[in-house]
Design a protein. Structure first.
Length: 195
């Protein structure tokens, strides 16, 4: 019996995997087609248009869109030193908050937190303008939003919040909280105007 040379042995050991790939694809297609989908997916609601007796689609009337603008700004014409006071108050608050976070004892930590809360109250509140009119307090803004909520029951209300760059986020968050509490969850932020 004659032995095959090394070159012939390599040629004979090659494996043709094309039929195996074909079988794997056929099995994959079979399992995908025969798979049972969960009950949840079968019963998902679909908002399909309703047809009338004449075969034309019944369209719901579009809701009126009301855009309500709220602006938070520091007015230097009323208080020329407001930005300087803002920077110093925010800086003092951040320093006290940092010291409270890094305090070594509980008593020291509580003392620094109280100081930070006191300094937080000293940060000048920005002027609030709702639809261009000055709003004196958060309670007044809440009252205006309550009236808007009652008068715009059939309308789609979009709140557009415009805050100056210097306004600390705690004031923006407070306005957002008031809007959300009144049920206005479409809140957008205004794009900054170029000077």
């Amino acid at each position: 019996m004659k032995r095959a040379s090394a070159g012939q042995q390599e040629q004979n050991t090659e494996l043709n995997i094309t039929p195996m790939i074909d079988c794997v694809f056929l099995l994959l297609i079979f399992f995908v087609v025969t798979m049972k989908y969960p009950q949840i997916e079968r019963n998902m609601p679909a908002n399909l248009p309703k047809a009338t007796a004449e075969g034309q689609e019944e369209q719901e009337p579009e809701k009126e869109v009301i855009r309500y603008y709220i602006r938070l700004v520091y007015d230097e014409s009323r208080d020329p030193n407001v930005r300087r006071r803002l920077r110093s108050a925010v800086s003092a608050f951040k320093q006290a908050d940092y010291q409270a976070a890094n305090a070594s004892t509980v008593g020291e930590r509580e003392g620094q937190r109280e100081l930070a809360e006191d300094l937080k109250q000293r940060i000048p509140r920005p002027e609030m303008l709702a639809q261009g009119a000055r709003v004196r307090s958060y309670g007044a803004l809440d009252g205006q939003l309550m009236l808007l909520e009652r008068s715009a029951e059939d309308a789609d209300v979009q709140i557009i919040l415009d805050a100056d760059r210097e306004v600390p986020f705690m004031f923006v968050a407070r306005v957002q909280e008031i809007c959300l509490r009144r049920g206005f969850n479409k809140i957008s932020f205004a794009e900054k105007r170029k000077k």
